[in-house]
Design a protein. Structure first.
Length: 186
């Protein structure tokens, strides 16, 4: 019985190594295609897609707090799809910026030049930005290093208003740092 167990274990290990060795990287356009979303939906049993559609629904209703919640749920529900991480991180970062602007009373939400340079939102947004699109470049480490640079600024900046307190979460910052470092080691 023990030999059977080890034989099955070795066979599974060989299959996993063989599968990893033959996997070809896909283009960025593939990750934006309907085929990719179908693949994700089938492999993740719809959890990822539920969060994806929730983000879109909240965004269309201008419910930015809902976008942040659904995007965070999406990030937490995806164990392996880096491109979907990019989508959820980008939507969450975008919504944080919008909430910041609404808190400041700005009417033109498309004008990013009016954001306070000392705000926690700036390093947060750029951390997500560089981290999200790094996997699509031939040398992603340049972008991951930039993300780490902004992550340190994020860590050093203290919240200045109610909305910024949502961003200042040491566990979330540590999780993001771990994800960036994992991306750099691939």
């Amino acid at each position: 019985m023990k030999n059977l167990y080890y034989s099955v274990l070795i066979a599974l290990l060989i299959l996993m190594i063989g599968g990893c060795a033959t996997t070809q990287p896909k283009s960025a356009s593939y990750y934006l295609s309907e085929d990719y979303f179908k693949e994700v939906a089938s492999e993740e049993k719809g959890i990822v897609m539920d969060n994806y559609y929730d983000v879109i629904r909240h965004l269309s209703n201008k419910d930015f707090k809902g976008v942040i919640k659904s995007a965070t749920d999406g990030i937490d529900s995806i164990p392996k799809y880096r491109s979907m991480f990019a989508f959820f991180y980008a939507m969450r970062g975008y919504s944080y910026i919008i909430l910041y602007k609404l808190d400041k009373g700005m009417e033109d939400i498309n004008n990013l030049e009016n954001i306070d340079k000392d705000s926690l939102y700036i390093p947060c947004l750029y951390t997500y930005y560089y981290m999200s699109y790094a996997p699509f470049f031939s040398d992603p480490n340049v972008h991951y290093l930039k993300a780490l640079e902004y992550l340190e600024k994020w860590r050093e900046t203290k919240p200045k208003n109610y909305f910024e307190t949502f961003l200042y979460d040491s566990k979330r910052i540590s999780d993001i740092e771990r994800t960036i470092r994992e991306g750099m080691n691939k």
